[in-house]
Design a protein around this ligand. Structure first.
Ligand SMILES: NC(=O)c1ccc[n+]([C@@H]2O[C@H](COP(=O)([O-])OP(=O)(O)OC[C@H]3O[C@@H](n4cnc5c(N)ncnc54)[C@H](O)[C@@H]3O)[C@@H](O)[C@H]2O)c1
Ligand SMILES: O=C(O)C[C@H](O)C(=O)O
Length: 356
């Protein structure tokens, strides 16, 4: 009772200054309460979103705020986090939200986090490739990962910033340099490719997309996105025209959105949905749930490349098992060779960015 009175007193003091509570020490009181709740009942994880004020970041903040596995949600960006934090923090769900603005507050944003999700960086405009974003986003990802290595080296990292085929390699090099690299904890987010594949395949089959599971392997750009239509669940057969149509549509799903948005950015809503789905899977794995399997771009020995997306089993340590490709048909074997060629260059570009 006394603790509650003290907490209320502190909150009253803060709100009387009309400051957003999450930018003052009132946030600490709320976090203490969330931690108490977590100890008493439902387990709660601490999650940070870096780039939380952006197109993906805002919707993702909303979706993580309604995730019952999250007890503390840290929203970090270089702009606009006070507004986004105040807004999201009014939702009557369990997670306590705190906002962090700019590099000096990166330490606070990251300290103690179990999972860090990174959608920070610039998006494409029509006519650009994801690789065209490298110049700006490589530096952003480097800085943020240096922070992670310093302030929450044991966190699971979900990397969304493009070009994912390079930024995952950049992050790995930063962590190696800092001596904190654990390949199981670094996961490139390719869930949107699976989400799109499930949707487009379901349209062709005339079924509910929730009943469809399409493995998408390789990477996250153009021909490196390789849907394995021969392994669709439930088992389905496609004509050659359908295979061609579906493969092209899945590989170019991002460009379809970029063109439709006509200069206003790339996929944000479907991406936030995909990122939230993947983060939830990571948290269920962390909690010890068995049989959590998702596709992700991770360190891998499935091919000769150092990183590759396949299905992985998520557990307490992150990507605890990386699954093999399974049987491919001729069309997929040709696609795999093309994907590997482009991927090799993108991965090397990421490695060189840190090593050279
Ligand atoms: N992996 C995927 O499937 C996938 C899907 C969609 C978009 N993306 C990528 O996600 C990224 C973000 O897309 P968006 O549409 O949200 O862009 P956006 O411009 O709307 O938002 C990006 C946010 O990052 C912030 N930011 C910039 N530098 C930062 C830094 N140093 N630290 C913290 N935050 C910083 C910006 O202030 C902005 O709020 C892009 O690179 C985009 O290509 C990836
Ligand atoms: O296409 C983009 O640039 C964004 C993202 O990678 C996507 O697949 O939607």
């Amino acid at each position: 009772m006394e603790a509650r009175a003290a907490a209320n007193h502190r909150i009253a003091r803060i709100t009387s200054h009309l400051q957003p509570p999450n930018f003052k020490d009132g946030g600490d009181v709320l976090v203490e309460r969330a931690e108490c709740r977590a100890k008493g009942g439902a387990p709660g994880f601490k999650v940070a979103i870096l780039g939380a004020a952006g197109g993906i970041g805002q919707s993702l903040s909303l979706l993580m705020k309604i995730n019952p596995l999250v007890s503390v949600l840290h929203l970090y960006d270089v702009v606009n986090t006070p507004g986004v934090t105040a807004d999201v923090s009014h939702m009557d769900t369990g997670a306590v939200v705190r906002g962090f603005l700019g590099q000096p507050q990166l330490e606070g944003a990251l300290t103690g986090m179990d999972l860090v999700i990174i959608p920070a960086g610039v998006p494409r405009k029509p006519g650009m490739t994801r690789d065209d974003l490298f110049k700006i986003n490589a530096g952003i990802v480097k800085t943020l990962c240096e922070g992670i290595a310093k302030f929450c080296p044991n966190a699971i990292v979900n990397l969304i910033s493009n070009p994912v085929n390079s930024t995952v390699a950049i992050s790995a090099e930063v962590f190696k340099k800092a001596g904190t690299y654990d390949p199981k904890r670094l996961l490139g987010v390719t869930t949107l490719d699976v989400v799109r594949a499930n949707t487009f395949v379901a349209e062709v089959l005339g079924v509910d997309p929730r009943e469809v599971d399409v493995p998408v392997v390789g990477g996250h750009a153009g021909v490196t996105i390789l849907p394995l239509l021969s392994q669709v669940k439930p088992p389905s057969s496609f004509t050659a025209e359908e295979v061609e149509y579906l493969t092209n549509r899945i590989q170019n799903g991002g460009t379809e959105v970029v063109e439709a948005k006509a200069g206003a950015g790339s996929a944000t809503l479907s991406m936030a949905y995909a990122a939230a789905k993947f983060a939830d899977a990571c948290l269920r794995g962390l909690k010890g749930e068995a049989g959590v399997v998702e596709c992700s771009f991770v360190q891998s020995q499935v091919t000769e490349l150092p990183f590759f997306a396949t299905k992985v089993r998520l557990g307490r340590g992150g990507a605890e098992e990386v699954f093999q490709l399974g049987p491919l048909n001729e069309y997929e074997r040709i696609g795999l060779e093309k994907a590997k060629q482009e991927l090799a260059e993108s991965i090397q570009k990421g490695i060189d960015f840190i090593r050279k």
